[in-house]
Design a protein around this ligand. Sequence first.
Ligand SMILES: [Zn+2]
Length: 88
Amino acid sequence: MTWTSIRDETRKSRKPRQCILCEDAIAVGETYVARTGIGDDGRVTVAMHVDCEGRTRDWSIDDWESNDAYEMRGLREEKKSESDYRAG
Ligand SMILES: [Zn+2]
């Protein structure tokens, strides 16, 4: 895979999307990161949860290629229950 990032934008989702990192849904109205770049198939924009994207800050290309959606989802769930705990 080759990838050249053009830009990242934080947007509010106006339609349901899927996070490329955890493969979970990004709900309508949820804030997400829209990353536009040039990949193997040309120019594309991918959607990621803000939290998921935050975990990729020091990733190398190998980390991207070996991303495990199941693991990402687990980390997201963990964080979610942590904040529920704090709220309660
Ligand atoms: Zn995600």
